[in-house]
Design a protein around this ligand. Sequence first.
Ligand SMILES: *[C@@H]1O[C@H](CO)[C@@H](O)[C@H](O)[C@H]1NC(C)=O
Ligand SMILES: *[C@@H]1O[C@H](CO)[C@@H](O)[C@H](O)[C@H]1NC(C)=O
Ligand SMILES: *[C@@H]1O[C@H](CO)[C@@H](O)[C@H](O)[C@H]1NC(C)=O
Ligand SMILES: *[C@@H]1O[C@H](CO)[C@@H](O)[C@H](O)[C@H]1NC(C)=O
Length: 441
Amino acid sequence: MTRDPKLPKPPLPLPPAARRLAASPSLSDKLRRHSPWLLLLIWFALSFSLFLSAAPPAASPLLRRPPAFLHHKPRALAEETTSAPPPAVRIYVYDLPRRFNRDWLAADPRCARHLFAAEVALHEALLGHYSAVRPEDADLFFVPVYVSCNFSTPNGFPSLSHARGLLADAVDLVRREAPYWNRSAGADHVFVASHDFGACFHPMEDVAIADGIPDFLKRSILLQTFGVQGPHVCQEAEHVVIPPHVPPEVALEILELEKTRRDIFAFFRGKMEVHPKNISGRFYSKKVRTELLQRYGRNSKFYLKRKRYDNYRSEMARSLFCLCPLGWAPWSPRLVESVLLGCIPVIIADNIRLPFPSVLRWSDISLQVAEKDVASLEKVLDHVVATNLTVIQKNLWDPVKRKALVFNRRLEEGDATWQVLRELEVLLDRSQSSYVGSWRR
Ligand SMILES: *[C@@H]1O[C@H](CO)[C@@H](O)[C@H](O)[C@H]1NC(C)=O
Ligand SMILES: *[C@@H]1O[C@H](CO)[C@@H](O)[C@H](O)[C@H]1NC(C)=O
Ligand SMILES: *[C@@H]1O[C@H](CO)[C@@H](O)[C@H](O)[C@H]1NC(C)=O
Ligand SMILES: *[C@@H]1O[C@H](CO)[C@@H](O)[C@H](O)[C@H]1NC(C)=O
């Protein structure tokens, strides 16, 4: 075994960029001097203009110029990135044929915006930032495959049934055409698995567990939204927990967010079975959402809605507490939306592991209520209102925390992609110090 996930983590080393930051006036100080609203506007403008301008160059047909995905991009793109460099890890982004990524985006723009779209956002941010990295100098190799953009199911949700096949094809290609996969058996290759149960590629936990992580991915590094404390088949590979994707402009949809009147006490809108369906023995949300509705559906402090409403984010912006109960999976985009909209997330999903804990300190900005304690939810929330509500709200407005949850199309210091790089750097350091004759060679 080259990398043992059970090894104790060494104390988190600050990446060079972070060390530089700590020495100079801190990022948060700089940010605090401006209003978060203005900053968000700037971020939005930047990411939007990049999104328009930085469409990556089309891949050359693999057969005509093999291996096309090894030709590195011109240096110019890399130079114009943010002033402070991100963590020192160098990543080579494979230039795979379009059928693995761009074609999906061209076929349906939802591909770049929905809850699993971190696979697109990370690709674009890494491509922009690392265009000058040559494969022979890379620490890690990013394999950009969009598996969440097949909206062919009757309900319009992304179908994942083709995911394993598409990934297997990509791995075959990379393994055949370039020397790097075989060198490490894929251990320095990075994939995004942003679905319910991450690299198990199925929305139902029992099926996901039965299927497991495909063998060809088991030695690689997976960036996945799924994460729980303790062992789980779907996280039995080196991985980094990433936030669900929410379009960066979400926080700008509502003007003067900080001043919004929070006239809703506790908010939830979403799927919530009145009579939990017992589809082959499975209960949606382990019945938590049903219990929420049963206990608080008639309580005027709780604003619980089951119907879809496109403007639900304006409701979140009016709410003090936003309930984030598990669905099929423990996580949902509500986690990020709540933070961006200044609504305190109330996480009801036992054992959930949340993204970037060293930067975000989730206990400062959210509440966790055990699934079995839904009955005392109102009491917990009342207690917070009477004691530390303003402390949590103040923490929630920290632009550093908010930024860490947002994937920009162009890498920005402190944003979600930057945090991923920071965690990858920690993984690299660990693998190098814990194993004599590192897997990187
Ligand atoms: C998209 O998903 C459908 C249904 O799961 C599947 O039949 C189809 O082959 C997929 N399309 C591609 C291009 O993989
Ligand atoms: C990597 O190994 C596989 C399986 O042994 C082999 O088919 C492939 O040609 C190798 N790739 C390269 C670039 O040598
Ligand atoms: C749900 O369905 C499964 C399989 O059909 C069955 O074994 C189980 O008893 C059912 N559970 C309830 C609570 O009805
Ligand atoms: C606020 O109070 C709750 C309930 O007493 C507690 O669990 C939580 O840790 C506190 N949070 C902060 C940030 O003070």
